[in-house]
Design a protein around this ligand. Structure first.
Ligand code: ATP
Ligand code: MG
Length: 394
């Protein structure tokens, strides 16, 4: 009998035609995640298996991988004889303390001469005969013994650990996350990665108004997201000239609206250049003046590609809960200004007019400024492979 990790696939098992694509993507993502741990992975359409000596470490890493419904530490045996199965189960449960139990059997090997119900009955009877003071409880057992009869092996396992669910990263293509140092955008990123979208990120900095520490904070957040995304490429845009030009030439109540229209325009271009199909951001309806419905509309209209706002309908406290769960909260709440907070006007417009936005934008050479900002942008890759290079960031 060999101890092994068994992976039950998440929602992908319903994707009939694409199953192979989804599963092989999951395998690739797992290989990247487990790159530094000794292991061996193999799979079929029903399950994935990992052999390793370092179970705790592998499980810890797999808990960050989307596309896994359940993780189980189980046992595999090549002896399909029912008597051997009975004894192996007795062996495995002998170290456990329980009063009630049930046996659940699955049989993907349809040539096996005994059906699932019968196997459960025989094994259950064997346990009752050999262990005193236990009884069967099919509704609420303290111990569930799972047996799976496959073509060339039998699997045994007990309770598992819930996986993250979702789709394997990359199965749904790519998106560009507008990543600020705040609480909302990393959560928005996490929720998008969960649906199988591989993210790149874009960050607007305004030196000297924003510090290197503010940028490091964003890179740290990207690094947390990289645990789920396998890696994150962060495109850093110098936004200073655009912001200063807006500040000098445009009525102050429209500063944020126009600034965000510029961010959207730049993001859409960077997204296109990097084959990202959607923009993702942390806007939440009503949270600030630039997130009223009229503001969102006036800002959104400068781009054609879909803008996904995963936290649009969440309360701040709900967003905070997720950020704590995924490990971004403590980083997001570090005290560094981002480029929006530095330029916040006293009375931002709550219902901006798109026509006025265009009128004001005509006052500045924004196309040239955007072109210049994009031309000068830098890209930083964070992730598992950069562990050593960026270890100073965390
Ligand atoms: P967050 O907590 O995510 O920073 P926020 O409540 O501060 O959000 P805003 O500053 O209005 O809200 O920003 C809304 C969204 O716009 C952010 O969630 C993020 O997606 C994007 N964004 C804001 N500032 C930047 C920036 N400097 N670089 C990249 N994206 C940004
Ligand atoms: Mg912000």
């Amino acid at each position: 009998m060999k101890k092994i990790i068994i992976i039950k696939y998440g929602e992908l098992s319903t994707k009939k035609d694409n199953k192979n694509f989804f599963i092989s993507k999951l395998k690739n993502n797992i290989e990247v995640t487990l790159e530094n741990i000794n292991h061996n992975t193999y799979y079929d359409f029903g399950r994935m298996f990992i052999e390793t000596d370092d179970f705790d470490e592998v499980i810890k890493h797999l808990e960050n991988v989307f596309g896994i419904q359940e993780l189980l530490v189980g046992y595999t045996s090549n002896n399909l004889e029912i008597d051997d199965i009975k004894n192996k189960v007795l062996d495995l449960v002998s170290s456990k303390s329980f009063n009630t139990f049930k046996v659940v059997t699955k049989r993907s090997n349809k040539n096996y001469p005994i059906n699932s119900m019968e196997i459960s009955k025989v094994v259950g009877g064997h346990l009752l005969k050999n262990i005193s003071d236990i009884k069967v409880d099919v509704h609420n057992p303290e111990l569930t013994v799972n047996i799976e009869i496959r073509n060339e092996e039998v699997l045994f396992y007990f309770e598992g650990i819930k996986g993250l669910g979702g789709y394997p990263v990359g199965t749904l293509g790519k998106g560009l996350l507008m990543l600020s140092g705040g609480i909302d955008s990393p959560v928005a990123g996490y929720l998008t990665i969960k649906r199988g979208v591989k993210l790149e990120a874009i960050y607007f900095e305004s030196p000297p108004h924003t510090s290197d520490a503010a940028k490091d904070k964003v890179l740290k957040l990207a690094r947390v997201l990289a645990k789920y995304n396998t890696e994150v490429k962060v495109h850093v845009i110098n936004f200073t000239e655009i912001q200063e030009t807006i500040l000098k030439n445009i009525p102050h109540e429209y500063l944020i609206t126009i600034m965000r229209r510029m961010m959207y325009r730049i993001s859409a271009i960077i997204a296109n250049e990097n084959k990202c199909n959607i923009l993702v951001n942390g806007e939440s309806i009503g949270q600030v003046a630039s997130q009223t419905l009229t503001s969102m509309r006036a800002i959104n209209e400068v781009v054609k590609m879909p803008v996904i706002r995963p936290v649009a309908c969440f309360d701040k406290l709900e967003i905070i809960d997720i950020s704590k769960k995924i490990g971004t909260y403590d980083i997001s709440t570090l005290p560094f200004e981002d480029c929006c907070t530095v330029f916040v006007p006293k009375h931002p417009v709550i219902n901006p007019s798109p026509a006025l936005c265009e009128e004001y934008e005509a006052l500045i050479p924004y196309k040239e400024l955007i072109y210049k900002a994009i031309k000068g942008h830098t890209t930083i890759k964070v992730g598992i492979k950069e562990e050593n290079k960026f270890s100073d960031l965390l």
